[in-house]
Ligand binder design. Structure first.
Ligand code: HEC
Ligand code: HEC
Length: 155
């Protein structure tokens, strides 16, 4: 009797193993079936880089979809450093340089302290990292569907 039980258990374990390896065949990467919107890649493989996005030059700034939207950036920003040491954006967009560079100057909100709204004498630290809010207008396919509608006042 003991032998029969041992044999049944062994068979059971063997079957479980078969099921597991069938799953491994189905999903050889070991990603556990998890896939992001950009696709799945295994930890040990280096995925090929996505192609560079195109930033169409002559389309102007795309209109806002809601009030107080940070305007999109209508030009490429490749190699524009924004760091502790330098802010390339301000070389054109600061109040001092905007006119000479023919760029839109940052609005007064960028000089306001987020605490009590006092107007500071220079760009507020909370507005220093421009790309937190402004993104370039890329010719990119949306990753997910979207039926967002522009607010009535701007239609
Ligand atoms: C060499 C000068 C230059 C630099 C550097 C620059 N810009 Fe611009 N930017 C412009 C000009 C000029 C325009 C006006 C539209 C145009 O001609 O492309 C503009 C337009 C914009 C606009 C649209 C403003 C509007 O009228 O609604 C935004 C937002 C913007 N830039 C953000 C940035 C950010 C963020 C950076 C840094 C990553 C940056 N820019 C760096 C010159 C510059
Ligand atoms: C916290 C978010 C935020 C950050 C950071 C920020 N902006 Fe803005 N920006 C906005 C919003 C929101 C608007 C539109 C409303 C307004 O003018 O305040 C705007 C407007 C602008 C405009 C258009 C102004 C106009 O009069 O039409 C320019 C140009 C601009 N930002 C450039 C910059 C640059 C350059 C930086 C970095 C030094 C920067 N912004 C950082 C949110 C931000």
């Amino acid at each position: 009797m003991k032998k029969v039980i041992v044999a049944v258990m062994a068979l059971g374990m063997l079957m479980a193993g078969v099921v597991q390896s069938a799953e491994a065949l189905h999903n050889p990467g070991g990603t556990g079936g998890v896939e992001s919107l950009r696709g799945a890649s295994e930890i040990e493989t280096t995925r090929a880089a996505d192609p560079m996005k195109r930033y169409p030059r002559d389309q102007g700034v795309i209109d806002s979809d809601y009030v107080y939207q940070p305007p999109l950036i209508p030009h490429t920003i490749r190699n524009y450093e924004v760091s502790q040491n330098a802010n390339k954006c301000l070389a054109c967009h600061s109040w001092k340089n905007a006119k000479d560079m023919g760029a839109t100057k940052i609005s007064v909100t960028h000089y306001q302290s987020p605490r009590q709204g006092q107007v500071l004498s220079d760009v507020s630290p909370s507005r220093y990292f421009c790309l937190q809010c402004h993104v370039p207008q890329a010719d990119a396919k949306p990753l997910v569907g979207n039926d967002f509608q522009r607010v009535d006042a701007l239609r």
